[in-house]
Design a protein around this ligand. Structure first.
Ligand SMILES: O=P(O)(O)OC[C@H]1O[C@H](O)[C@H](O)[C@@H](O)[C@@H]1O
Length: 293
């Protein structure tokens, strides 16, 4: 049975969470508790807002974003799955997979720790069964579980990313710590492999890096907004860092002219050499926890 606001509201009534029609007529859940505000669209299971009470939004969303069933939302937390970037063999397939442009089914809404509220969703993306639990508390906790049914004929491989767009005061002043000792693929330099830089990441032009074999937390220091965002994770061996700067964002119709100065992506991922392979009847879970320090 198709999900609509009335049916969802009747089935999953819970204090602090309500279903409503969002932009473009797409259905979303809105969270308002004593500790936090948030929202998630069923389209893409896309978290588009999170803020602990009294704080400015932690996530950035473009004013120019599409809100259409066939297009990804620009900002928030798109789920890239089951591939990252272009499809490995079929270039006409959508960038970053189909998870972010299909409607997810809500399976549960429940109370979570710390006066929070959690929503769970699922999506069948052949050959996988995917579940996503989003816990809105003082922190935002994301749990993405990919299962390969035991009826599958052979093991299957996938890539994934919680492509988190963070709202920052000014990219020129922002620095990211936690990846100093990790080698990376420089996508701006055509995919060259670079050794660990030994330094915090700072931004002075387009930056698009895939850090491999790293399971540690990142700290995003934002002096203009006078705050620090911490992203910790489990089940993830890659971290992607991206800011498109002027030239690339100018070419994107869903990106406002000066918006690139107020965002940075720090993506909890398993991509490239870190793609995940699972056997029939098994599952893999990746988590990310996003918090203000
Ligand atoms: O425009 P999209 O398909 O949403 O991709 C946006 C960006 O996602 C990731 O961060 C990739 O590393 C970038 O190369 C890409 O440009």
């Amino acid at each position: 049975m198709p999900q609509n606001v009335e049916r969802l509201s009747a089935k999953f009534a819970h204090p602090g969470l309500r279903f409503t029609t969002g932009r473009g007529g797409l259905v979303k859940a809105v969270v308002e508790t004593a500790k936090a505000q948030g929202e998630i669209y069923l389209h893409g299971a896309h978290v588009t807002h999170f803020a602990p009470s009294g704080q400015a939004p932690v996530l950035w969303v473009s004013e120019q974003s599409w809100y259409e069933p066939t297009k990804p939302i620009r900002g928030g937390i798109p789920i890239c799955f089951p591939w990252f970037g272009g499809h490995p063999s079929a270039p006409s397939q959508p960038s970053h997979g189909t998870a972010r442009i299909t409607t997810w089914e809500v399976t549960a809404v429940e109370a979570a720790a710390d006066d929070g509220v959690a929503i769970s969703l699922q999506n069948a993306i052949h050959p996988f069964q995917v579940t996503y639990r989003v816990e809105f508390g003082t922190e935002l906790q994301l749990t993405l579980t990919v299962e390969l049914p035991d009826t599958a004929p052979s093991p299957a491989r996938y890539e994934e990313a919680l492509h988190t767009y963070l709202a920052i005061g000014d990219i020129h002043q922002t620095r990211i710590e936690g990846l100093e000792s990790t080698a990376y693929i420089d996508k701006v330099a055509g995919g060259d492999r670079q050794p660990a830089s030994g330094e915090a990441i700072r931004f002075s032009g387009e930056l698009d890096r895939v850090y491999l074999n790293t399971s540690g937390a990142c700290r995003i220091f934002d002096p203009l907004a006078q705050r620090e965002i911490r992203i910790s994770k489990s089940g993830s061996q890659s971290t992607v860092v991206w800011n498109p700067w002027i030239g690339k964002s100018d070419k994107m119709p869903d990106f406002g002219a000066q918006e690139w100065t107020g965002m940075v992506c720090v993506e909890t991922a398993n991509v490239g050499d870190n793609a995940v392979e699972i056997a029939p009847g098994s599952a893999h879970t990746m988590t990310a926890k996003i918090q203000l320090q």
